[in-house]
Design a protein around this ligand. Structure first.
Ligand code: HC0
Ligand code: SF4
Length: 567
């Protein structure tokens, strides 16, 4: 170990620890901006500088390692002046639209200026002028607000393995952009939004559809139906100051009703439906010779990634639409008929933890109901904005119930929101459908948690079923390479975002590893609290088959609930 003092406090840490980490251990906060633990540790912004006795220059504490006997000062006059100067320089070339910026009050640059006591910017700099890129259905890139921290670049490359954006040009002309400064729409960006989660400012963010939804809600001709994704119930509370991972399903339902939605339904209903279809597809392929492995299809960022980078896996990917899209198709057919509503008047809105869902709902093939199956997708962040704008006091809302029948769901559906959940839900059902026996233990711990790639072998009456689960596209890539190298699996779950949907690109900011862990806890807690925990036991899904679809993989199911992919 190494002994040093930081602000006169003796600290002992492992050799190789950075000064930043050592200070954290001693309870000393050093401000950072470009730093993202384990992902972007490049010392570029120089906000985290510290003074080290005997050293001529200030050191970027996020990259400088500790040394024995080091004497560090983290807030000497020289340090504070340097930090201010660095942030002022950033501000001098920043499009300062704070009151109207999407990140107002949740902007790291703004907080930092406040924390460092900056009251004026002494430099009148040249300002960059770049066009805004709003070419995709999901994202906005506003380079004039970019501070070149490179966190987005690091996440896109190291976590997602996509490399859609990179720094280009030099000095003042540096810009973070797709190659040749093309539009995001024209490149292999999968619209996952992970870059929007780590952007410290308003340079990358979701395309906002709240105006369209407000307009639909205000239109007496429209019948506006909303569905909520599994992972939103354990994250929305964070927007209202509640601890990460707290379960606020009932308050979310109440808030949606107060906003004026005509029916408040749950994507969890169609998550259960997905298990019926995908579980049957698995059994069919398993007993009739493949193609295997079957790979899950519910994560649209993953699907886009597969279409760009691994089209050879198209025959392996389940033909099931995602639960969000199944919901739209069922709402505008079965439910519209049942409730006597003209589907032409129906507007389906989704509340999703995801930006790629905005892209998914606009895919041209997603119109099997005869209309656009899902009209608008709002992220968790956008829903929170609507709740605030409507003046609803979220924390004092009563817990309300979803409407019937598309609001009924099981614990198997809620765990879709965490990595490994779709696999676990599928196993709970496949086991019982194949064996005709009750599952002895419902929890499949091997497929839970934040390990990048998880594997398990499940014994279904003597047949060993090999499964694997990957979350984040970087891990998906690794797993697919294993499969290409000859590794044999029967069933694979892939979710685009780290941690699964609880870590989706539309979730509250910040979303980091600690917060992901809390949300995962919330998800499994919500599962145990459900009276029913297996998808095939959902009475409303059973009724849907009885009254409308017939059986899983029926012709009607195929028409409404399944899709195809293009390379
Ligand atoms: Fe997910 Fe989904 S679980 S992708 O993560 O399958 O976004 O939460 O809504 O569609 O159900 C996201 C979350 C969903 C879908 C479901 C799946
Ligand atoms: Fe990369 Fe995802 Fe951002 Fe696209 S949305 S630039 S793929 S991180």
């Amino acid at each position: 170990t190494v002994k040093l003092t930081i602000d006169n406090i003796p600290v002992e840490v492992e050799a190789g620890t950075t000064i930043l980490k050592a200070a954290e251990k001693a309870g000393i906060h050093i401000p950072t901006l470009c730093y993202l633990e384990g992902i972007n540790e490049i010392g570029a912004c120089r906000v985290c500088v510290v003074e080290v006795e005997g050293a001529r220059n200030l050191m970027a504490s996020c990259v400088a390692p500790v040394a024995d006997g080091m004497v560090v000062k983290t807030s000497s006059p020289r340090v504070r002046m340097a930090r201010r100067l660095n942030v002022e320089l950033l501000l001098s070339n920043h499009k300062m639209e704070c009151p109207t910026c999407i990140r107002n009050l949740n902007c790291e640059l703004q907080s930092l200026a406040q924390e460092l006591g900056i009251r004026q910017v002494r430099f009148e700099g040249r300002k960059s002028e770049y066009p805004i890129d709003d070419s995709t259905p999901a994202l906005i890139r506003e380079p004039d607000k970019c501070i070149l921290c490179r966190r987005c670049v690091a996440v896109c490359e190291k976590v997602q393995g996509v490399r859609a954006i990179a720094p280009m040009g030099r000095g003042f002309d540096t810009i973070i952009a797709p190659a040749f400064q093309d539009k995001l729409l024209n490149i292999a960006c999968v619209e996952c939004g992970q870059c929007t989660l780590v952007c410290p400012v308003g340079a990358l963010y979701e395309k906002d559809y709240t105006s369209e939804v407000w307009a639909a809600l205000a239109d007496p001709e429209k019948f506006v139906v909303v569905q909520t994704a599994p992972a939103t119930r354990v994250s929305i509370g964070q927007e209202f100051g509640l601890p990460p991972g707290s379960i606020n399903t009932g308050q979310m339902v109440a808030a949606l009703r107060r906003l004026g939605f005509d029916r408040v339904f749950d994507t969890d209903f169609t998550a259960d439906l997905t298990i019926m279809e995908e579980g049957s597809e698995f059994i069919e392929r398993f007993t009739k010779g493949g193609p295997l492995p079957l790979i899950t299809s519910c994560s649209p960022g993953w699907i886009k990634f597969m279409e760009h980078f691994y089209p050879e896996f198209i025959p392996n990917v389940s033909t099931c639409k995602s639960p969000q899209q199944m919901f739209g198709a069922v709402a505008k057919t079965y439910y519209a008929q049942k409730a006597g509503i003209d589907p032409a008047r129906m507007v389906v809105v989704s509340i999703m933890p995801c930006t790629a869902k905005k892209f998914e709902c606009q895919r041209p093939e997603m119109t099997d109901s005869g209309y656009r199956d899902v009209d608008y997708v709002l992220t968790t962040r956008e829903l929170a904005r609507m709740i605030r704008e409507a003046g609803i006091d979220f924390n004092s809302l009563p817990e309300e119930q979803y409407d019937d029948p598309l609001g009924e769901s099981t614990g198997a559906a809620v765990i879709f929101g965490a990595t490994g959940g779709v696999m676990e839900a599928a196993l709970r059902t496949a086991y019982e459908l194949i064996t005709g026996k009750a599952l002895p233990a419902l929890d499949f711990h091997d497929v839970r948690g934040l390990t990048g790639i998880k594997e398990a072998t499940v014994d279904i009456e003597g047949t060993k079923v090999r499964v694997a689960v990957a979350h984040s596209l970087g891990h998906a890539r690794q797993l697919l390479e294993r499969v290409k190298a000859g590794e044999q699996y029967h069933f694979i779950e892939i979710m685009c975002c780290p941690g699964g949907c609880i870590g989706g690109g539309g979730q509250p900011i910040p979303t980091n590893t600690a917060i992901r862990e809390q949300r995962i806890k919330g998800i499994y807690q919500a599962d145990v609290e459900m009276p029913l925990r297996k998808s095939h036991e959902n009475p409303s899904v059973q009724a849907l088959y009885r009254e409308f679809l017939g059986k899983p993989l029926s012709e009607k199911s195929h028409h409404l609930l399944h899709t195809h992919y293009t390379s």
